[in-house]
Write a protein that binds this ligand. Structure first.
Ligand SMILES: Nc1nc2c(ncn2[C@@H]2O[C@H](COP(=O)(O)OP(=O)(O)OP(=O)(O)O)[C@@H](O)[C@H]2O)c(=O)[nH]1
Length: 732
């Protein structure tokens, strides 16, 4: 059954969202707010309740709701209608012949289909059953000499009658005839939409599938492709190290590399390519060795999820510092597991308990204290505890089960890239899935090429690189950017054409940047259902004011909006705050602080909304005002036209099509519809299809004929009147 949001439902019933929410409460159905989605069952219950309500209400003019009798009928027919509607609908021109003849044709086809073997899919079966039950026309043998029907046909977007006929191994004239029987007037060269194609195929008992064309230039789609679970094998975890200045990130990365990389790789010269791999207990771990969350979040801001696990380095002699907190919030925002490395344990002043205590305040509770965060005491300087840390990484990797398919064409993300005088464009790529081979045609960000040479983190030339492996490649036309995606294609021609198209798109995109959330467009984005949370970063002059602003923000209660504070800190607004905001689609609130020059530039470039205030209630007022638009708008009904039903006919999959004549005003596709019989409202609901001949129509004006079907309602009779209305918003 269909889904609808609370406010949409409320609008339909002409009541407030709150009323609906309260009613749901009495039914023990909890919904958060007016944006919540209602499932079939809830809708059914609500419908029942509202229709009951109406039955007891005194009968009023035609503007009002149906009376008891009709309310019941509405209910009863809903199932029936949704059944009929399930497979979509065909064209609905009201020139179809008598229903009897119609069914006879279908029956014949259905039998034919079955005679041709067990090729009926679900749809075919369903259709076939229906026809068998209803049909009283005797079976007529099919013409003998016809070619056999195919088992299945596919199409993209639409087909002309001639194309469809060819696919079905039938004469176009036969298909035209059949369409006519089904109430669709079409010529041989006419395009048939999906519904009409399905209608015909179901009738023939031929399976049909629409091939959806994906946008091949959107690299993201290749990352989202569904993968064969059987082909998935374990892959190394990809780890990023973060932490406060001087807490030992670089030392830790060096120490891990020194102790592990050269083992079994004697003579290998480690080379800085932005990432490296180590081997522990016969398993590999990949480290991104651009420490710090700047790189981490920059990548995420560009849409790339690269890191599987974050190591948060906290110096035991210094404890949790501002950038520690920032790193935590970055990792949390990216939903990446965190392992704590309590560093500098060799120092006499080391106080690991204090680190644990302080991190607990940020939701990172050690296992020893009943939490689930792994803490590993280490000394990056003398190597103590490093093995333990690496084992913990393997453990988390095992639990999270990171997998990839080494057999597919490679895809992944750019870690670093630069222009080398001798070698041209040089890029370090992290292969995230598949295996990258020398010679592969590749698209990287907005550039493309062929992998000319590959060098691994030990400076060795390699021919292939599997999942989670970092490699440096040459052979690209241009220099990509860190965080860009790469995808390997089957041939160079495809890679070139996709690369070139993407370069063009990038140019165009620069002109019309995509919209980030700002208080100005907040309402619009929420209305379109694009946002449920408003992410906020709060920076302030002193801890007290930051806390006060955050607390007041959380108290804002506006239906449908959830304020989520993803980061708070004392100090000026920095570039790092802006990158986090951009990556998390957040707004930044500065209380008695300003952005520094870099942050200002970044905010402009990334179009992050930064709001500066000096008085708390102004902050709250501003946010509330932005959300105000989210309150339920009030609506007023306006009747826009009337149509008279001149003829009705039933089509098994579609339901009842009402061939109608517009006698007043106009009927529009998106108008509400009310069915009047002898001046009494029989049904009120939504239009399902509005057609002129076989084409969907946006609106049909006075003096024209049209075919109308109503959602979930089939009991239409000749002489009934459709009243079309729209709800107009009343400005507050
Ligand atoms: N005693 C001791 N000193 C350490 C340890 N780890 C790092 N250090 C020292 O701490 C200082 C900072 O270490 P780095 O590795 O540069 O710290 P970082 O976090 O990379 O610093 P930034 O790159 O500036 O953010 C250096 O002087 C290191 O020698 C440790 O385990 N024990």
């Amino acid at each position: 059954m269909s889904k609808t949001r609370v406010y949409e439902y409320a609008k339909k019933q002409n009541v407030t969202s709150k009323e609906v929410i309260d009613l749901l409460k009495t039914m023990n159905i909890e919904v958060k707010n007016h944006m919540a989605t209602l499932e079939g069952e809830a809708i059914t219950k609500l419908d029942a309740s509202y229709n009951k309500g109406k039955s007891t209400a005194p009968k009023t003019d035609s503007k009002n709701k149906p009376e008891t009798k009709t309310a019941n009928r509405t209910q009863g027919s809903q199932q029936q209608a949704s059944q009929a509607n399930r497979g979509g609908q065909g064209g609905s021109q009201n020139r179809g012949p008598q229903t009897g003849g119609n069914r006879g044709g279908q029956n014949q086809a259905a039998n034919k289909g079955r005679a041709g073997g067990q090729r009926n899919n679900n749809q075919g079966n369903r259709g076939g059953k229906n026809r068998n039950q209803k049909s009283k026309t005797p079976y007529q043998p099919a013409p003998v000499k016809q070619k056999e029907l195919p088992e299945k046909i596919t199409f993209v977007e639409s087909l002309t009658v001639a194309e469809l006929a060819k696919k079905l191994h039938r004469e176009p004239s036969e298909v035209v005839k059949k369409l006519f029987m089904l109430g669709v007037m079409a010529t041989v060269n006419q395009e048939l939409d999906k519904d009409a194609i399905e209608l015909i195929c179901t009738d023939y008992g031929v399976e049909v599938e629409e091939e959806i064309l994906i946008d091949s230039t959107d690299l993201e789609t290749y990352f989202e492709e569904e993968q064969d679970a059987d082909a998935q094998v374990e892959r190394p975890s990809v780890v990023t190290i973060m932490g406060h200045v001087d807490h030992g990130k670089t030392t830790l990365l060096d120490s891990i590399r020194k102790t592990k990389v050269t083992e079994g790789e004697a003579g290998g010269i480690t080379q800085h390519i932005g990432a490296y791999q180590v081997e522990v207990n016969d398993k590999k771990i990949t480290f991104l060795d651009t420490p710090g969350h700047a790189a981490f979040t920059t990548m995420r801001a560009r849409g790339a999820k690269v890191t599987d696990i974050t190591i948060l380095v906290v110096a035991a002699d210094d404890g949790v510092m501002p950038q520690t907190v920032e790193a935590i919030n970055h990792a949390k925002a990216a939903e990446v597991p965190i392992i704590i490395a309590v560093n500098k344990m060799d120092k006499p002043s080391a106080n690991p308990d204090r680190v644990m205590q302080e991190l607990t305040e940020h939701g990172l509770v050690p296992e020893a204290w009943g939490g689930d965060t792994i803490f590993v005491p280490v000394s990056a300087l003398n190597g103590e505890g490093i093995d333990n840390l690496l084992e913990m990484i393997l453990l988390v990797g095992e639990v999270e089960e990171y997998k990839a398919n080494p057999k597919r064409r490679a895809l992944g993300t750019v870690i670093e890239a630069e222009l080398d005088k001798g070698r041209g464009s040089v890029a370090t790529l992290l292969v995230q899935d598949g295996t990258l081979q020398v010679g592969d045609p590749i698209v990287v960000g907005y550039t493309f090429g062929r992998v000319r040479a590959m060098v691994n983190d030990l400076g060795r030339r390699v021919k292939s690189a599997g999942p989670s492996t970092p490699v440096e490649i040459t052979g690209l036309n241009d220099v990509p950017q860190a965080g860009d995606r790469f995808v390997v294609f089957e041939d160079e021609k495809t890679a070139r054409s996709i690369g070139e198209t993407r370069a063009q798109q990038a140019l165009q995109a620069q002109r019309g940047e995509k919209t980030r959330v700002s208080l100005d467009n907040l309402f619009e984005q929420m209305k379109q259902g694009e946002m449920k949370d408003l992410n906020v970063i709060v920076k302030g002059d002193v801890q007290g004011s930051v806390e006060a602003v955050a607390a007041s923000l959380l108290k804002i209660a506006v239906e449908g909006v959830n304020i989520k504070i993803i980061h708070t800190a004392v100090g000026a607004i920095t570039e790092s705050d802006i990158t986090l905001a951009a990556a998390s689609n957040a707004i930044v609130i500065g209380f008695n602080v300003r952005p520094d020059a870099n942050a200002k530039r970044a905010a402009d470039a990334e179009q992050v909304d930064v709001r500066l205030h000096r008085i708390i209630y102004k902050v709250i007022e501003e946010i509330e005002a932005a959300m105000e638009g989210l309150l339920d708008p009030e609506f007023e009904e306006k009747v826009i036209g009337q149509a008279e039903v001149r003829q009705t006919f039933k089509v098994s999959k579609v339901g009842t099509i009402a061939g109608s004549y517009v006698i007043e005003g106009k009927i529009t596709r998106d108008s509400g519809i009310r069915l009047l019989r002898d001046g009494v409202v029989i049904f009120e609901g939504e239009l399902d299809t509005l057609k002129r001949f076989k084409d969907d129509a946006k609106e049909v004006a006075k003096g024209y004929e049209c075919g109308i079907t109503i959602k979930n309602f089939n009991d239409v009779k000749e002489g009934d009147i459709f009243e079309a209305f729209v709800m107009e918003e009343i400005k507050r």
